[in-house]
Write a protein that binds this ligand. Structure first.
Ligand code: UDP
Ligand code: MG
Length: 326
């Protein structure tokens, strides 16, 4: 019988755990008895870990990966994927915004042969107006810049076959923009639509500054266009400057020198200095990421695990293994 791994990154979710496990086990019991729920405690500051231990004691299928501090959702998810041993793996949020009831549909399409089954949001009515607008903007920029295409309105909620998870585990980068990595590995993909619910309890960990950085991460990890565009900008500007220079010389020869324009000089100078600083800033964004990659630190540190058998516990993890072979 094929086994199923649910991977859930958790940060300060103490208010959610009870609801989450209740609804989860209700749904999973109708699907298969052989599943595991891997809860990655991402350095929570509340009693998430204590309560997880309680639930893990009641049910051996609930397993804990306790990270040594808060590493962020994308990294926590990577850790969970490393520890998942199921034939199919489903990453989910702890807040029940990804309704467990959809899992049955995901599995049906997987059984029918799809290697990846994407859960795509049918609408974004549970989001605020501003979040909808910014998300839309971000997606349309991604779809223009990134190679391969990152599917619209799909989060991390999806089903992945074992082969897909193993492929993702081979990607060594430290910038873990998971949606992008999922898209990069490919495989035949099916889609299931669902309506995203409101967070059931607790509060969101996202704010607009984090979202902005998340978007930057996505763009810089999957496109080098912002880096390369500057040669073209420079070229266009030089061309314009040459034409303008020629025109100024001709004008001076024909009409003589008129009173020099402080205002126009000043605004042109400031404008192009601004453009140059933006160019340098973009270089900085990429360089900072190269710096992170070059340091080659392990992606996360596990303080403790609960409920895994030794084989899984000692299996080489994707990123630290880079160091092990050295
Ligand atoms: N999360 C995490 N580490 C973090 C922030 C969030 O593991 O640093 C988890 C969080 O516990 C939840 C999921 O990521 O399970 C999604 O977070 P949230 O619901 O706050 O995001 P939103 O749905 O509002 O985008
Ligand atoms: Mg949420």
């Amino acid at each position: 019988m094929p086994t199923l791994s649910i991977v859930v990154p958790m940060y300060n979710e103490e208010a959610m755990l009870h609801l989450f496990f209740k609804r989860m086990s209700a749904v999973l019991s109708t699907i298969t008895p052989s599943y595991e729920i891997i809860c990655v405690n991402d350095g929570s500051r509340d009693d998430t870990l204590g309560r997880l231990r309680f639930f893990a004691q009641q049910d051996e299928r609930i397993k804990i990966v306790n990270l040594s501090r808060n590493f962020g959702k994308e990294t926590a998810l990577s850790a969970g994927l490393d520890y998942a041993s199921g034939d199919a793996v489903i990453p989910m949020d702890a807040d029940l915004q990804d309704p467990p009831e959809v899992i049955a549909q995901l599995i049906a399409k997987w059984r029918a042969g799809a290697k990846v089954v994407l859960a795509v949001r049918a609408d974004r009515s549970s989001d605020s107006w501003l979040k909808r607008v910014t998300a839309n903007g971000a997606y349309s920029i991604f779809s223009r810049l990134s190679e391969p295409r990152i599917p619209r309105n799909a989060g991390d909620f999806r089903l992945m076959d074992r082969v897909v998870v193993d492929a993702i585990k081979r990607l060594p980068e430290r910038s873990r923009f998971m949606k992008g990595l999922f898209a990069w590995v490919g495989y035949e993909t099916e889609v299931v639509e669902y309506v995203r619910e409101e967070r059931a309890a607790g509060e969101t960990k996202w704010n607009y500054w984090k979202l902005w950085n998340f978007a930057l991460e996505g763009i810089t990890s999957f496109s080098s266009l912002p880096l390369r565009v500057w040669s073209y900008v420079g070229f266009a500007v030089s061309l314009g400057a040459m034409l303008f220079g020629g025109w100024t010389v001709a004008k001076t020869l024909i009409f003589g020198i008129d009173v020099p324009g402080y205002a126009s000089l000043m605004s042109v100078m400031l404008f192009f200095n601004g453009i140059m600083l933006i160019g340098i800033g973009v270089l900085g964004e990429y360089m900072a990421r190269i710096f992170t990659e070059v340091k080659a630190r392990p992606l996360y540190i596990v303080a403790e695990t609960v409920g895994f058998d030794e084989a899984v516990d000692r299996a080489p993890q994707t990123y630290p293994s880079v160091n092990k072979t050295a």
